[in-house]
Design a protein. Structure first.
Length: 113
């Protein structure tokens, strides 16, 4: 359950997350039925391209898929790859799989030639 806090001048609606000490503002995502996607795919794709805002598609009242523009999807993929790399690095440090700075430079020099 979200408390609707209204909208900005650009029409984006916001909500307050429930059960939080402080007010956390999150944008309310546009939601469309799968039948709307079937009937108005071209229009929805044009909206996504123009607004760069994802659309949640529901089927039988349940979330089914997100429609996002290609640029946003690729950016999300890149961010996820970076975060996964950071997580692998933190795990390596926690497991003691580390090398000195000099050793790291020596290993990296092979790729930087």
């Amino acid at each position: 359950m979200y408390a609707d806090l209204g909208s900005e001048s650009n029409g984006v609606r916001f909500a307050r997350l429930p059960h939080t000490e402080s007010v956390t503002i999150v944008p309310l995502m546009r939601t469309e039925l799968v039948t709307t996607l079937k009937r108005q795919a071209t229009e929805l794709l044009a909206d996504i391209e123009r607004d760069k805002q994802p659309i949640l598609i529901t089927q039988h009242g349940l979330p089914s898929a997100y429609l996002v523009d290609v640029e946003t999807f690729e950016l999300l993929q890149q961010r996820m790859a970076v975060l996964e790399g950071i997580a692998r690095g933190e795990m390596a440090v926690a497991e003691g799989r580390v090398v000195s700075h000099a050793e790291a430079r020596t290993r990296m020099a092979r790729w930087l030639k």
